[in-house]
Design a protein around this ligand. Structure first.
Ligand SMILES: NC(=O)c1ccc[n+]([C@@H]2O[C@H](COP(=O)([O-])OP(=O)(O)OC[C@H]3O[C@@H](n4cnc5c(N)ncnc54)[C@H](O)[C@@H]3O)[C@@H](O)[C@H]2O)c1
Length: 257
């Protein structure tokens, strides 16, 4: 049920953290995997590591807030593998923090372009690539958008991040409805705090910050990136064939309160 043999997947943000864990899980399940990221050092290392482990893998360098680069990246993956069956859209940043009335206009626009526009640009090209794959005999496409607990509830001092992650859920649900009869499933994961370079450089940069974030979770800890990967693999796999438009918290109980 979780076999991805013969399928091609791309993972945005696949050079680090949650995306990297998802790329490894998809490759271990047999998929050909393209790591799409703007970090070419780590992106190349990630693709090399997947290949060393026996997978067919490639790296595509792209700044995904740029619609032309997003289009070029998805087209490069389709051309490298001759198909696209699955996509995990994980590229994202925290963006500006602080009170909303002090939010810098340019920082807001840049973070929304990074976190939200990039997902729109990727979806716009992932969907037609998956439809072409289905037309050529593929058995369906699956997209997983990585939102956040901050897509489900307000998150203090992070208005831009929270807005971008809520918006990703609206996009996910609408795309799920629009493409349901054409064989493409679109779902989202809403992770709680995950121990990645993103959180280490920001909210968990100090012991006090980390303790505060851990304390928000009933499990009283951060997740490891691999704790997101099984869910992403499930959503991409035939096991989730009747699952679309759904949002899955993976947050140690944070949004259960
Ligand atoms: N770490 C957490 O606690 C946490 C919690 C909830 C949601 N998330 C979300 O998970 C996703 C992955 O985060 P992570 O913690 O693994 O971060 P990370 O920094 O470890 O990895 C993010 C990757 O995305 C890439 N990236 C970011 N913006 C990009 C862009 N515009 N174009 C191309 N590549 C880009 C980065 O180069 C990096 O390799 C993000 O969308 C983040 O918002 C993270």
């Amino acid at each position: 049920m979780f076999d991805m043999t013969g399928k091609a997947a791309l993972v945005t943000g696949g050079a680090s953290g949650i995306g990297w864990a998802c790329a490894q899980a998809l490759a271990a399940a047999g998929a050909k995997v393209a790591v799409v990221d703007r970090d070419s050092d780590n992106g190349n290392k990630a693709a090399d590591a997947l290949a060393d482990a026996g997978a067919t893998a490639t790296f595509v360098d792209a700044e995904l807030s740029d619609p032309d680069q997003a289009q070029g990246a998805v087209e490069a993956v389709e051309s490298a593998f001759g198909r696209l069956d699955a996509a995990v859209n994980a590229a994202g940043i925290l963006g500006p923090t602080g009170p909303l009335h002090e939010l810098d206009r340019d920082a807001y626009r840049a973070a929304m372009a990074n976190n939200l526009d990039s997902v729109v640009w990727c979806l716009q090209h992932e969907i037609p690539a998956m439809l072409r794959t289905i037309d050529a005999g593929g058995d369906g496409g699956a997209i997983v958008n990585i939102s956040s607990s901050a897509g489900l509830v307000g998150f203090p001092t992070c208005p831009t991040y929270t807005a971008s992650k809520h918006a990703i859920l609206g996009l996910t649900r609408t795309a799920a409805i629009d493409y349901a009869t054409q064989g493409i499933r679109v779902n989202a994961i809403a992770p709680g705090g995950v121990d990645t370079p993103l959180i280490r450089a920001t909210t968990c940069a100090t012991p006090e910050g980390q303790a505060m974030i851990e304390g928000m979770h009933p499990m009283q800890r951060l997740a490891q990136p691999g704790e997101m990967a099984g869910l992403a693999l499930y959503l991409c796999s035939p096991a989730a064939s009747f699952v679309t438009g759904a949002v899955f918290p993976a947050d140690g109980g944070l949004t259960a309160r």
